[in-house]
Design a protein around this ligand. Structure first.
Ligand SMILES: Nc1ncnc2c1ncn2[C@@H]1O[C@H](COP(=O)(O)OP(=O)(O)OP(=O)(O)O)[C@@H](O)[C@H]1O
Ligand SMILES: [Mg+2]
Length: 586
């Protein structure tokens, strides 16, 4: 992801305004912009005289780099407007930034002499710069790749297509209007949707818990599983199934980029429930909380002011100097809200993706789950990397605690999912083989493979039906699947990642003895393999003679393998060949 942002009408401003004054304003503006970009994990590639270029997804990939880049652009816009208002006396006209964002590959060129950093070039960089040039003051413009990857998170407005140098056809341009209050991850499956496959038992378990709510019996239901195993889908199906039963729903999410924001899932929950917009200032937030609570709570003022503490912890902390008292006020306020709601109607609180929650949120959730007398159903989802139950046990929670561990689909269910996606039972053999051998039942990967086939023109819709063409081999996987896998790999740490690369060159299945003889990291090998197995990337096979490991997904092995520079790949192959030769193998 490449983002260009610059100050609008900069030339005119410097012509009119005292250079000393404008230098101070722009210094402040650029410093704040850099802070915003770094907060979203972006990398400043270069500072221009009137703006900057940033890259997201380098050196570290995140599975939501597109969302991060757009949020950064919107935050920069808001910050510039605020600064412009504050400095109106000095600049004389509104200060605004405009941005262009493009999604795609960037080419790392020769190291820049001045900065010592790699210079980035390529089509994506040119496109982002062109979009920035086309943008009017305050506008954030994006192309179709950005639009389709972030459609659930922002409101976009389509603009007329424009011609771009170096491209034959005009490109579609979208203006980012703003962030939506209730974002949804929209998977890019060309509008295809499957029925729910093989999760009937889990859905029934959830519905039974919801039925118990009518008898004032609460449940804590935790759902854990690796990325893409279907946690959100199961919750969405459950939510849809309760639609007719007068249930009050509250939901809050954690995101990769809100990890450092204290209590974010609670903030998100309040935003969604009280219709609070991100752009709302403290006063508006307090008004909305107050108005929303006034309907149910007698002492609405106090509860609203405590809840407002989630947004500006510092304001309440200055009044309440003791951290523990501050926390207990937040807990009191949430408990009060939930208990009032649950007296009015059966209430379900759903907190998703808590593997990205900050420690204060996790601690607050655990405290709330221990509160007696809340006849609620809590649905809490997280990836297997979080040990949510750590330090907890069923007896310490005031409700019945149930747990669902979602695993990958079996062969028959994977096939059924592919059939349901494209609405035909006739799946070509090459695809069937690929899904069962490489994808191994992960629903997200199954969807992405179908996606990749459509993108590559191998699967075409003719009338109402899908037709396969030239299905001898499966083409490259789409970029989303690559970035999800890369973002997991980036979090591994250097040694574990390097070991995984060595293993990927050996193959989908690798013997520990061979890996030990070729690795550059023999002293940390066992610890790293344990870590990789803990992350669900590989597993040890039951083999009584010799320890053998296997990549859980062929796709992961492929992406790791393709991510190794050719030169390094050759070095690893040579080491493997030497070991095999010394063992007398051909
Ligand atoms: N049992 C299923 N039947 C049909 N489709 C499914 C099933 N499980 C998941 N999917 C589809 O697979 C995709 C990935 O599922 P989902 O987003 O629910 O995974 P997740 O576990 O929430 O992943 P993450 O940890 O990334 O949030 C979705 O498009 C979803 O609709
Ligand atoms: Mg999910």
């Amino acid at each position: 992801m490449v983002l260009f942002s610059d100050i609008c009408h900069y030339r005119e401003i410097i012509r009119r305004v005292d250079p000393e004054d404008i230098r101070e304003v722009t210094r402040h503006l650029f410093q704040e912009s850099v802070n915003i970009i770094e907060r979203y994990g972006g990398y400043i590639d270069r500072m221009l005289w009137d703006g900057l270029m940033a890259v997201f997804g380098m050196p570290c990939t995140h599975e939501d780099d597109v969302v991060r880049a757009i949020r950064a652009a919107l935050d920069i816009r808001r910050m510039a407007e605020r600064l412009g208002r504050a400095e109106a006396g000095c600049i004389g006209e509104p200060l605004s930034m405009r941005s262009g964002i493009a999604y795609g590959l960037v080419v790392t060129g020769v190291t820049q002499k001045e900065s010592g950093r790699p210079g980035l070039t390529g089509d994506t960089v040119n496109l982002a710069a062109r979009l920035r040039d086309l943008a009017s003051p305050g506008e954030v413009l994006a192309e179709s790749g950005t639009f389709s990857s972030a459609a659930g998170f922002f409101r976009f407005e389509a603009l007329p297509a424009v011609a771009v140098k170096g491209r034959e056809a005009p490109i579609a341009v979208f203006r980012v209007a703003d962030a939506v209050v209730r974002p949804e991850k929209v998977r890019r499956v060309h509008g295809l949707k499957t029925r729910l496959i093989a999760r009937g038992r889990e859905l029934k378990q959830m519905r039974d818990a919801a039925l118990r709510l009518h008898r004032q019996a609460g449940t804590v239901l935790t759902i854990c599983g690796d990325a893409g195993t279907g946690k959100s889908r199961l919750i969405a199906e459950f939510k849809a199934s309760t639609r007719r039963s007068r249930i009050c729903w509250l939901d809050g999410y954690a995101y990769t980029y809100t990890r450092a924001v204290p209590y974010y899932p609670f903030i998100d929950m309040l935003n969604r429930f009280f219709d609070i917009d991100e752009a709302d200032g403290d006063t508006v937030i307090l008004q909305k909380l107050h108005a929303g609570l006034g309907r149910w709570v007698a002492d609405g003022d106090t509860v609203a002011s405590y809840l407002a503490g989630f947004y500006t912890p510092s304001s309440l902390e200055t009044v309440v100097s003791d951290q523990e008292v501050f926390k207990s006020r937040l807990q009191q306020a949430v408990t009060c809200l939930l208990s009032v709601l649950s007296r009015k109607a059966p209430t379900i609180v759903c907190l998703e993706d808590l593997h990205w929650a900050d420690p204060s949120s996790l601690s607050l959730i655990r405290c709330i789950l221990r509160e007696p007398g809340l006849p609620l159903m809590f649905v809490i989802s997280y990836r297997s990397s979080l040990n949510f139950a750590h330090g907890e046990n069923g007896e310490r929670v005031s409700h019945a605690w149930e747990h669902i561990h979602l695993r990958d689909l079996d062969v028959a269910a994977s096939r059924a999912m592919a059939q349901s996606l494209i609405g035909t039972r006739a799946i070509p053999e090459a695809l069937d083989h690929y899904l069962t051998s490489r994808v191994a039942g992960n629903p997200f990967f199954i969807e992405e493979v179908i996606n990749a086939l459509i993108d590559a023109g191998r699967l075409k819709r003719i009338g109402n039906r899908w037709h396969f063409e030239d299905m001898v081999a499966i083409p490259d996987l789409s970029s989303t699947i690559n970035s999800i896998i890369h973002s997991r790999l980036d979090r591994l740490g250097r040694n574990a990642k390097a070991i995984l690369q060595e293993a990927a060159v050996i193959g989908r299945v690798f013997h520990l003895t061979l890996l030990r003889r070729i690795t550059d990291f023999p002293e940390v090998l066992t610890a790293c393999l344990d870590q990789l197995a803990g992350q669900g990337l590989i597993r040890r096979q039951a083999d009584p003679h010799e320890p053998v490991y296997r990549f859980n997904y062929g796709i992961v092995q492929e992406v790791v393998y393709n991510g190794i520079l050719k030169k390094e790949r050759r070095t690893i192959y040579e080491k493997i060949a030497r070991v095999l030769e010394s063992d007398g193998r051909p």
